[in-house]
Design a protein around this ligand. Sequence first.
Ligand SMILES: Cc1cc2nc3c(=O)[nH]c(=O)nc-3n(C[C@H](O)[C@H](O)[C@H](O)COP(=O)(O)OP(=O)(O)OC[C@H]3O[C@@H](n4cnc5c(N)ncnc54)[C@H](O)[C@@H]3O)c2cc1C
Ligand code: SF4
Ligand code: SF4
Length: 1003
Amino acid sequence: MQDGSGPRQASSDGLTTLKDRLAREITGEVLFDSFNRGRYATDASFYQIMPAGVVVPKTVEEALRALAICRDQGRIVTPRGGGTSQCGQTVNDGIVIDFSKHLNRIISLDVGNRTCVVEPGIVLDDLNRQLKPRGLWFPVDVSTASRATIGGMAGNNSCGGRSLRYGTMRDNTIAMDAALANGARLHFGEVPRDLANLNLNDTGRNLFRDMLALGEREAVEIAERFPKVQRRVGGYNLDALVPRNAANNMAHLLVGSEGTLAFTTQVELKLWPLIRNKVQGVCHFGSFYEAMDAAQHLVKLRPIAVELVDRTMIALGRDIAMFRPVIDATVRGDPDALLIVEFAEEDQTDNLQKLKLLSELMADLGFGWNNPQRKWGGVVDVVEPATQTAISDFRTSGLNVMMSMKQQGKPVSFVEDCAVPLPHLADYTKRLGAIFAKHGTSGTMYAHASEGCLHVRPVLNLRLEKDVKAMRAIAEETFEMVREYKGSHSGEHGDGLVRSEFHEAMFGARITGDFREVKHRFDPENLLNPGKIVDPPKMDDRELFRYRPDYRVAELNTRLEWSAYPGSGGGFQGAVEMCNNNGACRKLEGGVMCPSYRATRNEKDVTRGRANTLRLAISGQLGPDALSSDEMMDTLKLCVSCKACRHECPTGVDMAKMKIEVLAARAKKHGLSLRDRLVGYLPHYAALASRLAPLANWRNRSPLLRALFERFAGISAKRVLPEFRRDVFTSDADSVGPADGREVVLFADTFNRAYERENLDAALRVLVEGGYRVHLPKPADSGRPLCCGRTFLSAGLVDNARAELDRLVKTYAPFAARGVPIVGLEPSCLLTLRDELLSLRSDDTAKNISAHALLFEEFLVREAEAGRLALPLGPIAEKALVHGHCHQKSFGAFKPVEKILRLVPDLKVETIESSCCGMAGAFGYGAETYDTSMQMAELSLLPAVRRADAAALIVADGTSCRHQIKDGAGRGALHVARVLAMSLDSPRNLPSPSSHAKEPAHG
Ligand SMILES: Cc1cc2nc3c(=O)[nH]c(=O)nc-3n(C[C@H](O)[C@H](O)[C@H](O)COP(=O)(O)OP(=O)(O)OC[C@H]3O[C@@H](n4cnc5c(N)ncnc54)[C@H](O)[C@@H]3O)c2cc1C
Ligand code: SF4
Ligand code: SF4
C-alpha cells in the first residue's frame, strides 16, 4: 500500500512492541488479533486491506496518544467513523483508530446562534435526535444517517438528498479542531488573509500562511480546473484557499480530506430550523430522457430536492409488498421515470402554491396526461405526510433493492456519483447507458437529479478478470465524458482508492501537484491514511480487492438449505458474502437490528462484523478451522438470534441462520457444553422434570445450587430459571369446541406447556368461545409431546431439531392437507415452522405445514378481517403496553398483536419502541452474557415498563420477554391470549338483571 515516501513499516517484532506499548498506554481497546483486524479490513467499497491493528480510544487524548505511539514506531494510521465509505477511504495496512465507540458526545449547543460543537464519532441520527427537542437539525441528510459519524461525514465532505437547499458538509462546517501527524493541535476556522494579528502558534501560522499562499498562487488554475457543480467532493478543497473574500475558512480544507491531513477531534456545525411543512409533487414522464431534460427547469421553482426513480425501480417496487400501496397511490399509468419534487416552505400555503406552479410548469414544458408517449406526463400532488414518508422510503431503498441480488455479479460502486451540470444531464445519462451496454452490462439510475448527481451502479462480478477490465474501461470512458461536460467525477462519496487515481486526468497535473504539496506540508512523513487523494494505487489493483484473484472458499459441510445463493456449502458462501458493509446494522434506534451492537457498540457484535468474520473464516483468511474456533464463538457469542437482520438488513443477511451452521460445526468438532445439553434437550426431559417439579426447581431456592450451576453449567446465579410445575398443559380430548366449528390446530409448544399453561388454557378458551373446533392431536408416534426443535437449533443440534420437526410434520400433515390452520402462541416456536423447517426439509408436506402455520393473533386477525370472529369482549383496563417479540417483527407478524388488542373495548394500545428484550431464549441466562442481556433490556424495554402506570397491562407474547420483564422490572407480563381471555371474563360480560352479554366484537 505504501510507496517509498512513507514511514517504514515495523517488523513483526516492532509490531509486538507497538501493540504492547499501545496496550500499556491506552485504556480503550487495542486489538491486534486476526479476527478483529479482519473486521476492520473492509468498508462499503469492494476493497480489503488487513490493518496491522486497531485502537478504539476512550478519549481524544487517547486517540492522539495512539497517533504519537504509531508515529514513534513508524506505523501509518487511518481514522475511522462508521466505516461506510464506498470508495475504500477507511482501509489501510497500518493502525485503524475507531472514533465511533466512545467519542460521540455533543460538547456544546448554542440554540440561539444555531451552532453546536461535537466529537467526531457522533452518529448523525443520534445528533439529530438530541437536537429535535430544540427545534433544530443538522441537515446534511446522508442516506447512511443512522450510522455515519460527523467525523466521517467531514472526512468525505458528505452530501444529503436536500443539498440543493442545505449544501454539503463543507457548507455546514464552521470550524474544526484537529491534530496534525506530528501531534500539533490546531483550531481550523475562519482566518483573515493577513495572519499577523491572529492569535496562533507558529505551527498554525506557518501552515495557514503556506496554504493561503498556495491558494493565491493557484487561484487561476483552480478557477479553470475545478468543476463548477455543487457536487464536487474530489481532491482537496483548494478553492477554499483562494483570495475571494477577506477571510478564508481553513476547516474547509480539512473537509473532504479523508483522514489524510489531520485527526479531527471536534467539529463546530451550523444548525438549521426543523422542517415543519412539506409537500411533494410526483412528476411523471413517458420518457427517461425527457425527465432528465426537465430537471434543469424544475429546480427553478426552488424545491429542496428533486429525486429520480426510474422504470426499473418502479417495477421492482411493485413486486415488494411494503412498497406496492404507495406506488399504487402515487404512480399514474406507466411512466418511464418519476421526478419527486419536494418543497419545504415555512408556510404550508406557500407549499401548496408551489405545487400549483409545478403543474403549470410541467404543462408549459409540454407535458400532459393525454399526450402520447412523447411528452406524456403530469404531476401527482402528495400532501399527506405519511404518503410523503412512504415515497421517500421507497426512493431511498433503491440501492437496497438492487443489492439484494443473490448472484455473484453485483451492482458495483465506482461511477456511482458523478455530477454534471443540469443542462447536460439528459445527454449524460443517454451516453452512460450506451457505455454500460458496450461493456455488456446495465445499471439502474436513481437519486439526486436536482444536483445532476445520479446513483448508478453497473452490475459486475469483480472476481472475474474480464469484469474488472470492464470496470476500468467504464470508469475511464465515463470520467472522460464527465470532464467533457465540466462535471465532477467525485460528486458525493469521496475519492478513496476508487477515484484518486483519476484526479490527474480530471484536474490536470498542476492541481494534482498542488494536492501533493498540501499533503506533504501537513503530513511530511506520509503517516495519515496514505494512498488516498494523492499517490494512490491503481483502482483496479486486484490485490486490494475483497475478492482477490486467490480468493477461494473450500467445500463446506453445511446442515441447512442455502440453495438460493451461489457458492460453496450449498450456497452458504453466497449467503455470507451478501454483506456489502453498508453498515445499516449499526443503527442505534428504530427497528431491532442489531441489539447486541446497541448494547456494546463493538464492531465484533454487529451483523456486519459477524458476516465479515464468517467470510474471512470460510475463505481461509483466519487460519484453519476458523469456523469452529473459540474466536468465532466469541464473535457470535452476543448474537441473540433475534432474526432482525434477516428482515432489516438491506441485503437480507440472516445471521441467526448462519449461527446455527457455526454452532453445528462447533458441536461436531468440540462436543457440547453442559449448558448446551441442558438447553437443547429440554423437550426430552421436560416431562420428567415436571413430575419432579419441587426437586427440579430447587436450584432457584438454593444459593449454593445457583453458584454450582453458574460454575459448572454457566447459568448465571443472578437468574431465576423458569419453574417446572406438575400441572402441565395436557388434553385428554383430541379436539374441543363445537363439532361443526371451523377447524384449527393449537400447537402446544414446550415452553407454554411446561411452564405457563395459563396461556394455552386461555388460547383454548378464546378459540372455543369464538366457535372454533380446536384440534390438539397426539403425536403420530404416540411418544412425548410435540416440539418445534428450537432448543436443539440453539445448541447446534441440527439432526435432533430435524427429528423433532419430522414428528411434528407427520402429526400435523393431515390437518394441513385439509387446509386447517396450525396456530401457536410462542413466536420463536411457531415461526420455526415458517423459517427453519424449510431450511431442514424442502418436501411438499413440510411446505404445506409451513404455509398453514400462524401465530394466535395472526389467525384471529385473519378471521376478524374475514368477518368470522365473534368474541364477546368486555373492557378490562385503560391501557396496554406491548413489547413485540423479535421474531414477530422479523416476520411482519407484530401488527396483528396490536390489531387484536384493539378489539378489547376501551383499551388504549401502546407499543414500546424496543429492540430485543435481551433474554432471547437461553442467552440471558448465560453467566457470561447476563450483563449484556440486561444492557439490551435497559436500552428501552425495562425503562418503559417501569414508567408504566401500575394499572396498565404489560403484554408480551414471548416466554423469554416475559421473564426478562419480570426479572428486570418486577412486573408480570401477559400473553395476548390471556388478555383476550380476561376480556371475555370482563364484569360487563357477566349476565346481570339489567344487562346482557356485550355485543360480540366483530373485526
Ligand atoms: C448505502 C450507502 C449510502 C450512502 N449514501 C450517502 C449519501 O447519501 N451521501 C453521502 O455523502 N455519502 C453517502 N454514503 C457514503 C458514506 O456513508 C458517507 O460518506 C458517510 O458520511 C461516511 O461516514 P462514516 O462515519 O461511515 O465515515 P468513514 O467511512 O468511517 O470515514 C470516512 C472518511 O473520514 C475519515 N475520518 C473518519 N473519522 C475521522 C477523524 N476523526 N479525523 C479525520 N478523518 C476521519 C476516514 O479516514 C475516511 O477517510 C453512502 C454509503 C452507503 C454504503
Ligand atoms: S449485515 Fe447487512 S446491514 Fe449490516 S453491513 Fe452487512 S449488508 Fe449492511
Ligand atoms: S440475529 Fe439479531 S443479534 Fe444476531 S446479528 Fe442478527 S440482528 Fe444481530
